[in-house]
Design a protein around this ligand. Sequence first.
Ligand SMILES: *[C@@H]1O[C@H](CO)[C@@H](O)[C@H](O)[C@H]1NC(C)=O
Ligand SMILES: *[C@@H]1O[C@H](CO)[C@@H](O)[C@H](O)[C@H]1NC(C)=O
Length: 248
Amino acid sequence: MGIPLRWSWFAVFSCLLCMGCGVWCNCTEEGMQIEGGHYTLTKQMRRGSMMIYHCPENFYPFPALTRLCQLDGSWKPRPQRFKPQRCRIVECPDPNVLVEGNVLPPQEKYFVDNETTYECYTGYTMRGSSRRVCLPNGKWSGSTPICSRDSGANCADPGVPAGASRIGNVFGIDDTVKYSCNGKLFLVGSKERVCRESGQWTGKEPACYYKHTYDSPLEVSEAFGSAIEQSLATLDPLGKSQDVMLIL
Ligand SMILES: *[C@@H]1O[C@H](CO)[C@@H](O)[C@H](O)[C@H]1NC(C)=O
Ligand SMILES: *[C@@H]1O[C@H](CO)[C@@H](O)[C@H](O)[C@H]1NC(C)=O
């Protein structure tokens, strides 16, 4: 007499689990290198360990910032053969959104340390920064340059932040402007602003960010409200000295 059928199935199943690393397997480091950078691990190659990529200043890890070692011994997200992990130079959002003015030099893309200057057409006056530098965190230094003419409207021209588009060009009481971010950028701040009787716009000037843009937890909580401050603090795998990744 052999063992009952269901027990033999159980044995086969358990064995498959062992062989397929269903229970005990560690992740491997094979093929996980990052070109131009290095990685650290929170729990060596054990499951639940996080692989954190590091790049030199002015560069960021692409396509992944981190990977997680899963129960079955695979990394999530999985490395992609045709998108090798590497360090990419930091880019800032497109500043060529200035209405009634010029952006110099004209470039298709703006990278870290690239400088831009802004000038208004005749008859327009400038508010904001006339010179900006693309910073290592993917943001422009200073504030949004705005070229405007006194139109007698209640509110001042609220401008267009780098990387954004605006709908709405009338700035009287109760008039609304709407913003969206171009391409793969995402918006932080107010999507919509209304001109108040007081001459102030409601909300907060929006900004367009790349996913890789790093923010200090403080900045993030200011932008999103303190409710998420706690969750970000506990999420932060990089420690206090490093910035936290913003996942939306
Ligand atoms: C998994 O890795 C840990 C530490 O890196 C090691 O102690 C353990 O023996 C490994 N387990 C297997 C099944 O390889
Ligand atoms: C912008 O930055 C890139 C990358 O560092 C550099 O190759 C390029 O020369 C810079 N452009 C200008 C106008 O400084």
